[in-house]
Design a protein around this ligand. Sequence first.
Ligand SMILES: [Zn+2]
Length: 448
Amino acid sequence: MTLQEDCYDTLDIQRHIRRRWHQERDTLIARSYWTDAQKKEYVLQHLAGVVDYAFNQIPFYHEYYKASGYETGALRSLADFESIPTLDKNILRSVQTKDFIPRSLAAEAPEMFWSSTSGSSGVALSILSDLDSVSDNSLTYYRMFQRLSGPAFSADRWIYNIHHIRSWVSSMSGDYPTFTLNDIADVEQFVLHMELLRPVILNILPSYLPVMEPYARRIAQLQLKAIITNSEASSRHEREHYSSIYQTPVLDEYSSEEIGIIALECPYRHYHPEFDFAHVELKDLSRTGSSALATVYCTDFMCRTMPFIRYDHGDIVSVAGNDSSLCKCGKHGRTIERVEGRKDDCLQTTGNHYVPAAAVTNALDSFFNADPNVSSFRLIQRATLIDFVFMYTGADTEQISPSLRAFLVQLQTLLKMPVQLKIERVAALPDTSSYKRKKIISEARKNG
Ligand SMILES: [Zn+2]
């Protein structure tokens, strides 16, 4: 499997990011603590820039916005911005790639990087990046590591990452190196390796938190500055529990492959949107007492290759506070309290273990993402735990049977239990109304 970042993780790009990191680090950190008024001025200017750019340069946006009466220069306030149409993956799927490429760029230009979302939606989406979007995204990650680690984040310290993707470079030409593992095959070996590298930060899927528990004492002795979780649901309770076990803050990162980091949980347990590369709109859905639910629209306003503007991931979040709120961590503005839209992100086994959906998604993708006979798919684990349904749209079942048989073998290896796999060909995948559309749904009743 080609890693998304392999296409841009070159020495030249690492050097470029290193140069930017040294020039921009202090500004990036200072900006995190801006007031609402400072943020609004900055954001409005950039939003106006990206919308005009998209309208004039990208054929898809030109047609899409023209239909709603948009004209260049029309965006003068945040209210203007919020009146332009939103975007979602279904709309994007109907757009031809060539209509998403800016007129000023050649599609095959060497400085363009194509990647495909392998995320949770069951519908692959190609994403075009360039040097700026790749380095902006990397810098938001290095800023996160810097903020969490303080002076301990020095050029010789390792970042340890366990995930099937990495959203930044493997090092800045040797400085700030990252070691990436796709999976923990042997916990003892993994802990020994961490003891050797003594990383400053550990990035991990939350499913691995309990897996490391027998080694809690040794992990605590590593004196990690933080453990950052991402991609899957974890509860605040769970993260607080493991913060005390591993004696370091276990904090969640809310991100997507399309946008990058959307918001980060601070040590006071509020998620703060990272406002200076992407604009995060929290649109109220309902309010009961002090808690409110909101949908999330994101705009990556620094991007000029394939900007996502008012992009709806399909996530639901709980929100709190208002524009003038000040958190104990020093950050201003409304906060996300919980990401509600990523439930059932783990598969459960009859042995009462949890298997990260990302590992199974990986296997699913390797068989079906590029299969011309399958246009969309979803794997459902029934409450019995051993019964699975492969639901898909596409060609006759006969044509996909060989791939499914091979996938079944891999699924059973991943789950370490026998599994019954039923095939269901449908005209369209049913919508999941309140939660993000998913490739994997587990109907297993969760303990606790
Ligand atoms: Zn905070």
